[in-house]
Design a protein around this ligand. Sequence first.
Ligand code: PEP
Ligand code: MG
Length: 315
Amino acid sequence: DVARRLAEDVSPGATADGMPVNLLANIGTAADAARVAGDACEGVGLFRTEVLFLDRTSAPTREEQAEVYAQVLRSFAGRKVVVRTLDAGADKPLAFATQLDEENPALGVRGYRLVRTAPELLETQLAALADAQRVTGVQPWVMAPMISTPGEARDFAAAARRHGLTTVGVMVEVPAAALRADAILAEVDFVSMGTNDLAQYVMATDRLRGELSDLINLWQPAVLDLVAATAAAGRRAGKPAGVCGESAADPVMAVVLTGLGVTSLSMSAGAVPLVRYAVAQHTLAQAEAVAQAALAADSAEAARAAAIAALVPGV
Ligand code: PEP
Ligand code: MG
């Protein structure tokens, strides 16, 4: 059937005229890595390491972490693996690391900001990742979540490089980072846009409040504007600018993101075949036209409708 035929296509992601768009998987555990390593993805675009820290009363040790990171690197040897450092706080509270009664946790000490209150967590994690790199001989990419300023990006990059990790990036999921993407990119080797949080912060809408889902819709033109600005900065810098939020899994949005100049799309592995198919149906110029149609809309619904109309003329 069609789904199986699409899943059997193992070619790397590319537009019809051969512009590469890396198609990557989001994972949370070593078991995920083992399960999806056989799928037709070009690597891991987001390893959410906080999963290792959940449901515990203390952080995993350096040795425990190194073992898990090594398993993931071995599963994907020869392919790219982007490891995200701990993103605790807000929707991912951790009893031993975050202040559970914070008034506005989404605006508080979460993600990279934990370095202010518990710097040893990041140090141990980077050391464990360096250990895994040493024992496997596989070099991971490493990135930090919730970066707001070029200074934070610089400090994170310095810490990672001190540990011998050479390919260092940050997530762009705070509007300030998207608005200042050129300065952020001057500090790091790549950026990855987290569209779930980017939409939450651009639209000032809690990502966990289902009744506000119309506002936090990933097609909101204001969200697309910041994705476009970040991708353009990536192109100016000649550095990868990917998307690893839920946006990447929507085949129509994937064409828009390709047209905006996004260089990789990371999603749940099951979404890769349809996204590969959608991206391959259009040239880069066509994808750019689809993206411009979406950007010109004045609502999320109109943006998606305009993208579909541009994708399939006459429908
Ligand atoms: C995001 O914010 O889009 C993202 C990929 O990270 P998380 O969903 O884990 O916050
Ligand atoms: Mg996020």
